[in-house]
Design a protein around this ligand. Structure first.
Ligand SMILES: Nc1ncnc2c1ncn2[C@@H]1O[C@H](COP(=O)(O)OP(=O)(O)OP(=O)(O)O)[C@@H](O)[C@H]1O
Length: 780
């Protein structure tokens, strides 16, 4: 249909909201009259019409004489309970003089704007242009700002004024109606320019209405500044976002998803609740490192130096790491190679992973998984949830800004399955080289390639890992440090680190070796060095206090008065300083010496490293009953029966009394701690034989190994940890199963030389080794 000068068109009457030419308006159709117009003239089935007149109701019985001829963009109809409601999207075209109103139609004459530009005041136009540019900047629709710029370029100032006024949210209905009704273009431009320049308008152009504090409108420029800072300019935000997204090279399907969502965002009103959700999602997408990676710089010599400089001892671990790096270098990929460091706390699992990242030239990111029981912690929540968030993997990627960092999955053994799914199942997908090029986070909901990430896991107790997860990992066991190694670590690493932390020059302190040894032996009880580092920290604080006190006595001086430097910390000082703050370690071995018959030192391993575990057995007249105490598990209880069974079967051979006429009580101290496992078998057999013979065992020896009923000694785990624990406690001899010879050979040479390690095949050999008197022992 063509528009003539004079015509009859369907009419929609509104009482709020004015449609200016060039602007668009959404009109909910509520009144009966309007519904009738829609149903008779506009709705499907009715005579199809593309144009409509918007007439404005100024009082109960008066319609404004100027209306707007509009193009119908969309007509929505929704039927509910057999009544249909409508909503109309219209775009303003012309002002119209309403000649005759006969609802549902009216007779109108189109009002054309006269020739523009020539006669306009230059200053007014300039001001209109600058005002409209601000408006364009503040708008969140790129179409709108494009239109503004087009109208400026085409010198269509009348239309420009119409478009600008349509965006001024603070103007009243009558004000805009007056503007619509002003036929003179120049006058309209002046009106628009005046409104734009009024202070309150400028403010409103720059920020949403709700943010202007009541009674403070535009009076306080500082407040304006703060408000401006608080609320990012919505238009800029969307534009910046688009700019960022345009720079990213997405795969084709991801690109389709992302840009269709961006398109949706642009068409949304910023007040809509979904707007922020979509905005946050797009911002996350834009901030992820889709195409950013660091270049690997693996040089084996350099890597060896970095590992040597940052870590004392652990030569076999360093060797494994170097081998791994060599494979990465040859392959030019880390796909499918997932290291897992296991061992007691504080032995450098985290720090060696950091050193690996450094030697590869990759970024390092630690993801702590301890205590996670919700799958969505790893894979995020679906966007439909309130306060939905991405999972830790995507968050960490966002943080480190490259797509090939080294990720440390810390404490993978402390993942739990709960009602909210299994986090280790989510990890399986992440670590599967076949699947992880399209890792799916529920929040992100588009695939992200995580195959370039180098994953390193850590665990204290490998037995607690889910078998499927364990299968994906290349396990590198790390065991505790010997005394010598700890002294070296302290001298070369911990001390300097703590001094730097406490801002003390290394020239001011001299911590002698005996002092370090005392600190390790008497104030720590660990396989790693974390407690030791804490004690060194306590010494540094003591030194800092002394230095600060000395400086206080003469604040002007830059030389410390009355103080001999460096401050020497001797073994006595260690006891003086640490005794006050820290409980001295109870040496259980010393306490129990000399051993009475029926007591034996066993060895066990916990997640904190190895431990000497005394086994006590006593007898009383009875019928051969066995009582056990000390929180013993089923396997340990069975070991007692096996040991007693073996003794009963072999007593005659040894010329011993059996314990059949006695009741036996077996107790393992530290009664509140659960104990289990078969490795105490040899210890229990020794304790029972010693009890039956009434002969004490060596009090400088400990034993570990499983026994069979026929007297064979079977292999056990944690050999190095157990030997180190015995060494820490000052024991000299350790009796091990011969089948553990390979593990024994892996123990450092100097420990093997320091300790007297006996390998035994049978229970008799074990008992011989545990009872044989050494020269030193004869005195005990
Ligand atoms: N061989 C070593 N040489 C130098 N420093 C070490 C060595 N081993 C551990 N450390 C230091 O001991 C501290 C604790 O190490 P780290 O945090 O890596 O332990 P961890 O094995 O990861 O412990 P957890 O299992 O509790 O996480 C760190 O400051 C680390 O640098």
């Amino acid at each position: 249909m063509k528009l003539d000068e004079k015509m009859e068109l369907p009419v929609i009457v509104v009482a709020s909201g004015v449609l200016l030419p060039g602007a668009s308006l959404k009109i909910p159709i509520k009144s009966k009259l309007n519904i009738r117009t829609i149903e008779t003239h506009l709705a499907r089935g009715a005579q199809s019409n593309h144009y409509v007149v918007i007439a404005y109701k100024v009082s109960t019985d008066k319609i404004y004489e100027i209306g707007t001829i509009a193009y119908i963009d969309k007509l929505f109809g929704m039927t509910f309970n057999s009544t249909t409601s409508y909503s109309l999207d219209v775009v303003g075209l012309y002002r119209a003089n309403i000649e005759k109103l006969s609802i549902p139609t009216c007779l109108v004459t189109k009002i054309e704007d006269g020739k523009e530009e020539a006669s306009f005041d230059h200053k007014t136009i300039e001001s209109l242009i600058s005002g409209s540019k601000i408006l364009a900047q503040n708008s969140n629709s790129t179409n709108f700002s494009q239109e503004i710029h087009d109208l400026i370029d085409e010198h269509e100032y009348g239309k420009l004024a119409d478009l600008c006024v349509s965006q001024m949210k603070n103007l009243g209905f009558m004000q805009v109606l007056e503007f619509l009704g002003t036929r003179d273009v120049e006058k309209r431009i002046e009106m628009c320019e005046k409104w734009m320049n009024s202070e309150s308008n400028t403010l409103r152009l720059k920020m949403p209405n709700s943010l202007i504090p009541v009674g403070q409108k535009a009076q306080n420029p500082a407040a304006q500044k703060i408000n401006k800072r608080k609320i990012p300019n919505a238009k800029n935000q969307v534009e910046q976002l688009e700019e960022k997204l345009n720079k990213i090279e997405f795969s084709e399907d991801v690109s389709d998803r992302v840009f269709s969502e961006l398109h949706r965002l642009k068409s949304m009103n910023s007040q809509q609740s979904e707007y922020n959700i979509l905005m946050n999602w797009l911002e996350l997408v834009a901030s992820l490192p889709w195409n950013t990676s660091t270049v690997d710089d693996i040089e084996i010599g350099k890597a060896r130096n970095i590992l040597a400089d940052s870590h004392e001892a652990m030569d076999d671990v360093k060797q494994r790491v170097l081998e791994h790096l060599a494979v990465c270098k040859m392959n030019q990929s880390v796909k499918g190679m997932i290291l897992c460091f296991t061992g007691p706390p504080g032995i450098g699992k985290t720090s060696i992973a950091k050193a690996i990242a450094e030697s590869m030239g990759r970024k390092f990111q630690r993801i702590s998984l301890g205590g996670i029981r919700d799958e969505s912690d790893i894979r995020g929540h679906r966007r439909t949830y309130v306060a939905a968030m991405p999972g830790r993997i995507i968050e960490a990627l966002k943080h480190c800004k490259t797509n090939n960092p080294v990720f440390l999955l810390d404490e993978v053994d402390k993942l739990y399955s709960g009602n909210q799914g299994s986090p280790s199942a989510a990890l399986l997908e992440l670590l599967d080289p076949e699947q992880n090029s399209t890792f799916h986070d529920h929040y992100l909901n588009i695939p992200f390639d995580v195959s370039k990430i180098m994953f390193i896991a850590t665990a204290n107790d490998i037995d607690r890992l889910e078998p499927a997860l364990r299968d994906r990992l290349e396990i590198i066991e790390m065991s505790g440090y010997s005394l010598k190694e700890k002294v070296k670590i302290c001298e070369n690493h911990l001390l300097s680190r703590q001094l730097t932390k406490h801002c003390i020059s290394p020239d001011y302190v001299n911590l002698d070796r005996k002092a370090i040894t005392a600190m390790i032996e008497e104030y720590t009880m660990e396989a790693g060095v974390r407690q030791l580092e804490r004690q060194v920290g306590a010494i540094c604080r003591h030194v800092a206090l002394r230095l600060a006190e000395a400086l206080n006595s003469d604040p002007g001086s830059d030389v410390l008065p009355d103080m001999e430097l460096p401050i020497r910390i001797s073994e006595e000082d260690i006891h003086r300083i640490l005794k006050i703050k820290h409980m001295k370690r109870v040496k259980i071995v010393e306490k129990m010496r000399p051993l009475p018959p029926g007591v034996c030192f066993g060895l066990s391993v916990t997640t904190n490293g190895g431990r000497v575990m005394p086994i006590e057995a006593s007898k009383s007249k009875g019928t051969g009953k066995i009582v056990t105490t000390g929180h013993l598990g089923k396997v340990l209880n069975e070991s007692i029966l096996v040991a007693k069974g073996w003794l009963g079967a072999n007593a005659e051979r040894f010329g011993l009394k059996t314990l059949e006429e006695n009741d036996i009580h077996v107790h393992l101290p530290a009664g509140s701690i659960n104990k289990d496992g078969p490795s105490a078998g040899t210890g229990l057999a020794c304790a029972l034989v010693s009890l039956a013979m009434g002969v004490p065992l060596r009090s400088d020896a400990a034993v570990t190994g499983e026994i069979s009923l026929t007297g064979h000694v079977l292999p056990i785990g944690g050999v190095k940890e157990k030997v180190l624990a015995a060494q820490r406690e000052g024991l000299r001899r350790v009796v091990l199963p011969r089948s553990n010879e390979e593990d024994y050979l892996k123990i450092d040479e100097d420990i093997r030389q320091e300790m007297d390690i006996v390998l035994a095949d049978t229970v008799e050999e074990v008992i011989d080794a545990m009872m044989e008197k050494s020269g030193v022992m004869a005195k005990l």
